[in-house]
Design a protein around this ligand. Structure first.
Ligand code: AMP
Ligand code: MG
Length: 395
C-alpha cells in the first residue's frame, strides 16, 4: 500500500494538460485561458465625460461660457466648440473638439435664461473629468496571460474590448458508473436492505462544481458481464471514467477485474488513508479511470484529494495538489496510527474544528462542513494548535 504523498506524486507524474477549444464568453466562466489575449482596440475609443456636466476649454482666467450643443451618451456626430462655448454633456458622451475639461453640474450656476455657465473656485483643473482615449488599454496591449482564470470581471474586460470568444482548456467529458444492487434512486420506494444512491448525485455535483459540463451518470448492478459492457462503452465515449463501489475485496466487487479486462493500466490501488483505502487510479490511452470506494464519505474524500486535482490540471489550473490553507486545529483529535486521515471539518475564527460523525457511511456532518483536514499518517493524537492541511469543499 502506498502513502497519500506517493499517490499524489504518481498522479502528478501522469498528468497532462487536456485539449483546448474556443468558447463564447458566456460559456467561459471558471475556465482557464489557453492563449494570451491582446486588445484589438483602444479603450476608451474616444475621450469622454466622466460626469454629467459641461464640457469646455478651461484656461484658468474665464469663468463664464455660453451653452451651445447638448451631447448625450451614444452621440456619434462630430461637434466642435467655438471660443467661450460650453456643451451640456452627460457621462460617457464624447468630448467635443475644442473642450478639454468637464465641470460637474453640481459645481456650476446657470444664469436666468440658462444659457450661460458660471463656475467659481479652483476645484477643477484642466483635464478634470475627462476619460482619455486609450486610458484603459491601447490596441495591441497584452490584456490576459495564458493560465488566467476567467472570472466575471475578466468576462467584463473581454467584452469591453469587443472580444466574444476565447481559447480555453476544454473540460473533459466524464462518465460515472455507480455500482451496487442495493441502490435505489431518490423518488423510488426503498425496502429494508436497500439504500438511496447518494454517490451519484454527489459525484455529479462535485463534477459540476469543478467546471465539468459533459457528465453521464450510469447505474450498474453487481454483475460482471453487464458492468464490463458499461465500462467498455463509457471508456469509448468519455475522457474520464469514475466508478463508485465494487472496488473492495467482496465477492461481488468486480470493478478492478473489469478495468483490467478493458485494458486499463493501473497506476496504483489502495492508499494508507481513511476513509477511502481501496481507491484505484489508472489510465488507458490518455484517458483517466478512477474507482472510488462505495462509502459516500470515501467517495467525497477521494474526489477532493485525487480526482479534482487531476481534472483541474487537465483543465489548465496550476498548483492543484496544494491544500488551500494550513490552519491550527481548534481541539485535540484522536486517530489510528498508520493511516492518513481526511476528516470533515469547519473553519472557525481562523482555526479549524474537526466535526463529529466521521464514519465513512455518515454524511450528517456535511450539514456544517466547509473543508476537509489532513492528519498525518504516524500520529495517534494530533494536539490542539497543530497546523494541518485544509482542503476547501467549495471552489
Ligand atoms: P462497496 O464498496 O460496493 O462494497 O460499498 C461500500 C459501502 O458503500 C456499502 O455499504 C454500500 O452500500 C455503500 N454504497 C455503495 N454505493 C453507494 C452509493 N451510490 N450511495 C450510497 N452508498 C453506497
Ligand atoms: Mg457494492
Amino acid at each position: 500500500m502506498i502513502s497519500v504523498q506517493q499517490a499524489k506524486q504518481l498522479l502528478s507524474e501522469h498528468c497532462e494538460r487536456g485539449q483546448q477549444m474556443k468558447v463564447s464568453l458566456q460559456d467561459s466562466l471558471g475556465a482557464i485561458l489557453a492563449a494570451a489575449v491582446f486588445s484589438p482596440i483602444d479603450v476608451p475609443g474616444f475621450d469622454n465625460s466622466a460626469m454629467d456636466g459641461y464640457a469646455l476649454a478651461l484656461d484658468g482666467k474665464e469663468n463664464e461660457w455660453q451653452i451651445g450643443e447638448v451631447i448625450q451618451a451614444g452621440d456619434t456626430s462630430d461637434i466642435s466648440l467655438k471660443e467661450w462655448q460650453a456643451a451640456r454633456i452627460f457621462t460617457g458622451a464624447r468630448i467635443p473638439e475644442g473642450a478639454d475639461t468637464v465641470i460637474p453640474q453640481e459645481l456650476v450656476e446657470l444664469n436666468q435664461e440658462e444659457k450661460t455657465v458660471c463656475y467659481e473656485g479652483d476645484r477643477i483643473q484642466k483635464g478634470s473629468n475627462v476619460r482619455l482615449k486609450g486610458s484603459q488599454c491601447r490596441k495591441g496591449d497584452l490584456l490576459l496571460e495564458p493560465g488566467t482564470k476567467i472570472t466575471p470581471g475578466v468576462i467584463g474586460l473581454l467584452a469591453s474590448v469587443g472580444v466574444g470568444e476565447v481559447r480555453i482548456f476544454a473540460p473533459p467529458a466524464v462518465a460515472c458508473i455507480i455500482t451496487g444492487n442495493e441502490l435505489k434512486e431518490v423518488g423510488e420506494q426503498i425496502r429494508e436492505g436497500e439504500i438511496y444512491n447518494s454517490n451519484g448525485p454527489m459525484l455529479e455535483a462535485c463534477l459540476r462544481q469543478t467546471g465539468i459540463g459533459k457528465i453521464e451518470v450510469l447505474r450498474a448492478t453487481d454483475e460482471k458481464e453487464k458492468l464490463q459492457e458499461l465500462v467498455n462503452t463509457a471508456l469509448e465515449n468519455n475522457e474520464v471514467l469514475l466508478l463508485s463501489g465494487g472496488i473492495s475485496v467482496g465477492d461481488y466487487d468486480f470493478v478492478k477485474e473489469c478495468l483490467e479486462t478493458a485494458g486499463v493500466q493501473e497506476i496504483f490501488y489502495k492508499i494508507k488513508q481513511r476513509p477511502g483505502k481501496p481507491f484505484f487510479a489508472g489510465k488507458k490511452q490518455g484517458k483517466w479511470i478512477f474507482a472510488l470506494p462505495g462509502n459516500p464519505a470515501s467517495v467525497y474524500s477521494c474526489f477532493i484529494q485525487y480526482v479534482r486535482p487531476t481534472l483541474k490540471y487537465l483543465m489548465g489550473h496550476e498548483q492543484v495538489w496544494e491544500p488551500e490553507e494550513v490552519l491550527e486545529l481548534k481541539e485535540d483529535v484522536k486517530k489510528k496510527a498508520g493511516f492518513t486521515f481526511f476528516m470533515k471539518a469547519r473553519r472557525e475564527d481562523g482555526k479549524v474544528r474537526v466535526l463529529g460523525g466521521q464514519q465513512s457511511f455518515n454524511l450528517l456532518s456535511f450539514n456544517e462542513a466547509d473543508c476537509m483536514v489532513e492528519l498525518g499518517e504516524e500520529a495517534e493524537i494530533v494536539t490542539k494548535g497543530t497546523r494541518v492541511k485544509v482542503y476547501h469543499l467549495s471552489h
